[in-house]
Design a protein around this ligand. Sequence first.
Ligand code: TMP
Length: 207
Amino acid sequence: MQGFFITFEGVEGSGKSTQVGLLASNLREDGYDIVVTREPGGTRIGELIREITHSKDNVDLTAVSETYLMSSSRAQHVREIISPALKAGKIVICDRFIDSSLAYQGYGRELGEKAIEELNKLALDSIMPDLTFFLDVTPGVGFARRNHTDKIDRLDLQKEDFYNRVYTGYHEIAKKFKDRFYIVDSTKSINKVAEIIWEKIISKIKK
Ligand code: TMP
């Protein structure tokens, strides 16, 4: 089988990391060779970038700098992890990718989709997800769900209208990339969401 690239997207508290974990263990149990990774991060340099983008000390980080940092992390990630794994026929599952930049920087920070697409061209090296799960919960529901023990980072400290723009942005992006986007109502139970994701995955990879 050719490699297959799956990404998960959604606002804070949408259940991405839980669903990435469940999907990864189901695929492993079925004997698939998989790589699980995340953005920003996924490589040594990417994780260093994540420290900058997430540190509460960096409230002075500008929207444009934030955009470049996210795409630098991606450039490193694509070349070091994602492309080699796909070339080796593996399934790559990534918690956030280009659509996070389109939603958070393009819509949330209002830099516009076009600028984000342009800026990420070189970083992406023509790699795009084969399938993207958008775990749909509104920012209100997402934040209410979060555990009181969850670590609060710089990106959790944005104003409500920022997250509302991100959420609207995701729906716009999903409309634009209908062929690869799959919207899942993530207000459903963890098991139900996992089941919906599993059915979709099986229909794609067992063709
Ligand atoms: P998370 O790993 O806990 O989801 O945190 C990642 C944060 O980084 C989240 O607030 C979304 C943000 N982000 C962007 O703003 N742009 C990006 O391109 C990526 C990958 C993440």
